[in-house]
Ligand binder design. Structure first.
Ligand code: ADP
Ligand code: MG
Length: 604
């Protein structure tokens, strides 16, 4: 405007432009300075503000104040918009935080109800939930019946029915009935609180490919200065040198991986797939072998007690006594076998005696002191034998292949009491999911089934899902030995299990996936990937998403690289002005962001 109004006052015009340039550049200078101080020169080499500053200084030094100011303005506005749009993807993650910041209707001791913020709840408080309320904390239903929408955590939109005794989770929505819920955990200890923490950690983890580019980063700025200097020396045109510097600002590079990761994490958490670190996505596309745990993963894990065979006596009474003794110990177990035993004992309306001194040996069995029975052992043959129990000859002789049920043996006070036989069903979609794993785009080459169960049962399951390999009668440590062996053969192994008694095998895999993790803290904490919903098909979603993330990051990086090269060449040849360079630079950054945002639309 000064130039329009006072064409004669060139000096004044330049002064104003310089003032503008300094004003816009000041925050960038401060930013670079603080970064230099906190991270050292090494740490800031790839910092794009440094290159921005270089361009601005060049303008300042050469007296091209107006160019400098406009360029800086375009870059700063661009940066704001970039941050905004990455924040757009972030909002999906922030949604998690909002969900657990709900209001709660607390019922006080005197029977009155009071509305309080969720963070003010304490364990043991009773809250009332009306239809439409968000569950404010994790807890147990005390009374009422309703259905809950758990999509916020599991990604599954089918409502879940709950009644007294059921577990409910913060962040889910009460749909139909009124409930009173006793608070067990609140805030960060809730499932959704953990999820939020893990997603945040994952967001901050750096993808391997980014670490690679970081290694070369410190050569970047000197290299660019060198090129700009050559351009200046050869052409004698400062504008060309400045344009060259501006187009070299590596925004597209810097955004390539984080923008894709944030979008992928947001999408994953929408689908109820909890990913511990963004590196997992990069490993995900390499997976060629999938190892399934049988019980609870390929099968429903809801065992049926098919028959009870007391050893010394016969009849209902002997059966019930055997069941009672087993249930006394198994009431402390979360294993499907334990649950099935307790369920059956309750169905028969038996009194389950208390037990003390519980020992749970994963993949083997359990022991505990039961009044009237002494030390009761429940578990597989190997376990009872190791505990010094003498098994009757016909049990020892019985060939594992004879039956298609899973037996568990019971002993008390050093004497063998009898066996319980269980059956489980293969998940309806197991064969289909495995078929999809083998097909494009995942192309899994090897499907392996591991189980502590007997051969005949394992073989049946493996056949029905068409697995390539099956290993039965494994102890937990033997399971991870199989995983180690596969990896030693050069395979990239994903292990999927329930995350509780399979934790060692999951830990030995390239990627450990825990299924049905909702309500199981150990699973969420121990696995690389936790599928909140008890749905095998999510494994496919995860592998396909990994592939997409990997593709998008590579597209971004190659695009960013190519775009910079082309623009630098054009700038050096004088086709691009500094201002044009600033605009084109923003175009490249937004291309990357929009490319990454495509991941948000991934359907799973
Ligand atoms: P899977 O490999 O099929 O998931 P596990 O490794 O969990 O099976 O268990 C293997 C075997 O160990 C079971 O078939 C059962 O015989 C025994 N077992 C494990 N946990 C328990 C338990 N809590 N009570 C009784 N037996 C158990
Ligand atoms: Mg298991």
């Amino acid at each position: 405007m000064v130039r329009l109004l006072r064409p004669d006052q060139e000096e004044l015009y330049n002064l104003w432009a310089m003032l503008g340039l300094v004003l816009i550049a000041a925050p960038i200078v401060v930013d670079v300075a603080t970064n230099l101080r906190s991270r050292g020169f090494q740490g800031t080499q790839f910092f794009m503000d440094q290159v921005v500053l270089l361009a601005i200084l060049a303008c300042l030094a050469s007296g091209k104040y107006v160019t400098g100011a406009t360029v800086a303005l375009v870059l700063v506005i661009g940066q704001v918009l970039e941050e905004r749009s990455t924040l757009g993807a972030r909002s999906a993650i922030d949604r998690l935080a909002r969900l657990s910041r709900a209001k709660a209707r607390r019922r006080n001791a005197d029977g009155t109800e009071e509305e309080v913020p969720a963070e003010e709840l304490a364990a043991g408080d009773v809250v009332v939930l009306r239809p439409g309320d968000t569950v404010p904390a994790d807890g147990t239903v005390e009374s009422g019946e309703s259905s809950l929408d758990q999509a916020a955590i599991t990604g599954e939109s089918m409502p879940v029915d709950v009644a007294a005794g059921a577990e409910v989770f913060a962040g889910t929505t009460n749909l139909t009935g009124s409930l009173t819920v006793k608070v067990a955990r609140r805030g960060d200890e809730t499932v959704i609180g953990r999820v939020r923490q893990i997603v945040q950690e994952a967001e901050n983890s750096q993808a391997p490919i980014m670490r690679l580019t970081d290694r070369y980063a410190r050569f970047y700025a000197p290299f660019i200065i060198l090129i700009a200097a050559v351009v200046l020396a050869v052409t004698g045109d400062l504008d060309r040198a400045i344009a060259t510097i501006i187009v070299s600002i590596p925004c597209a590079f810097i955004l390539a991986s984080p923008s894709a990761m944030i979008a992928a994490l947001a999408t994953a958490s929408r689908l109820g797939i909890l990913v511990r670190s963004s590196t997992i996505f990069e490993q995900g596309h390499l997976i060629d072998t999938v190892v399934f745990d049988k019980t609870g993963t390929l099968t429903h894990g809801r065992l049926r007690l098919e028959s009870i065979e007391p050893f010394a006596a016969e009849g209902k009474k002997a059966e019930n006594e055997l069941l009672q003794a087993a249930a006394a110990v198994e009431q402390h177990s979360t294993h499907p076998i334990g649950k099935a035993i307790v369920r059956e004992a309750k169905a028969r309306e038996l009194i389950i005696p208390e037990s003390t001194g519980i020992e749970e040996h994963h993949g083997r069995g359990m022991a505990g002191q039961v009044r009237g029975d002494g030390r009761v052992l429940v578990g597989r043959r190997k376990y009872l034998r190791a505990e010094g129990i003498e098994l009757p000859e016909e049990i020892e002789a019985e060939k594992a292949e004879d039956r298609a049920t899973t037996p568990v043996y019971v002993a008390a006070n050093g004497r063998y009491l009898g066996q319980l036989n269980f059956a489980d069903e293969v998940r309806a979609n197991a064969a289909e999911v495995i078929g999809e794993l083998r097909a494009k785009p995942s192309r899994i080459e090897q499907i392996v089934v591991l189980t502590g169960d007997r051969q005949a049962v394992a073989q049946n399951v493996a056949q029905s899902v068409r697995a390539d390999e099956v290993h039965a009668q494994l102890l937990p440590e033997e399971k991870h030995a199989v995983v180690d062996k596969l990896r030693a053969e050069g395979r990239n192994v994903l292990v999927i299990g329930d995350g509780v008694n399979d934790a060692p095998a999951l830990a030995h895999a390239d990627i450990g996936v825990a299924m049905g993790a909702l309500g199981s803290d150990i699973a969420i904490q121990s696995a690389d990937v936790a599928l909140m919903e008890d749905n095998l098909a999510r494994l496919n979603s995860f592998l396909r998403l990994s592939r997409r993330v990997w593709q998008v990051i590579h597209q971004n990086i190659w695009f960013g690289f190519g775009f910079i090269l082309v623009l630098m060449a054009l700038s050096a040849l004088g086709y691009i002005s500094p201002l044009g360079a600033a605009f084109l630079h923003e175009v490249s950054a937004f291309f990357v962001i929009f490319n990454s945002a495509r991941l948000l639309r991934f359907k799973g």
